[in-house]
Each structure stands twice: as C-alpha cells, then as structure tokens.
Design a protein around this ligand. Structure first.
Ligand SMILES: [Zn+2]
Length: 88
C-alpha cells in the first residue's frame, strides 16, 4: 500500500537508520499489519536514497510517497485517506 512520508524536525514516526532524519507517516490503509509492512518499505526506501546519493541531503526535502508515485504527493491516496495536513 501507499505511504506518504513528510519530513519533520521532531516526533517523527520513523527515523532513517543512516542519517537519523525523521518523518511523519500517513497511510492509505489503517490496519496494523498493513502499517508494519509499509514501515518496512519506507525504511528500505530511505536506505535506497543513501545508495543513490551519498551526500547528506540524500532524502527529498518535500513529502514523498512510498512506493514511488509519479503524481503529486498531496493528491496521493495516502495523503487523502491518511489525513495528511494539506496543503504542505
Ligand atoms: Zn537518511
């Protein structure tokens, strides 16, 4: 399922294991099992950012979707169904 990751300075729900950047997550679906799977996917995606770009700014500064989505993140199912604060 789709997740929206929004960078935050504090109280993130997920922390990059490599650079400790924090994100709030908004989920398209709300079952616990789905969330656990999605969190694992997000951790993988964050690690992938570091593989692609070794700089300190490996992650996008703007909110982004996992899995990657070509549309605008604020119009994604995860943003709308997950109750993300809009507009960013
Ligand atoms: Zn990182």
């Amino acid at each position: 399922m789709q997740v929206l990751c929004v960078p935050t300075e504090e109280c993130g729900e997920i922390i990059c294991e490599i650079c400790a950047k924090q994100y709030k997550l908004y989920f398209e679906r709300s079952s616990r099992e789905d969330r656990e799977q999605a969190i694992a996917q997000v951790l993988q995606a964050l690690a992938q950012h570091h593989i692609q770009d070794e700089g300190i700014d490996a992650h996008p500064e703007r909110p982004f979707n996992v899995p990657e989505w070509s549309g605008r993140p604020e119009l994604s199912g995860a943003a709308l169904l997950g109750g993300a604060p809009l507009p960013f």
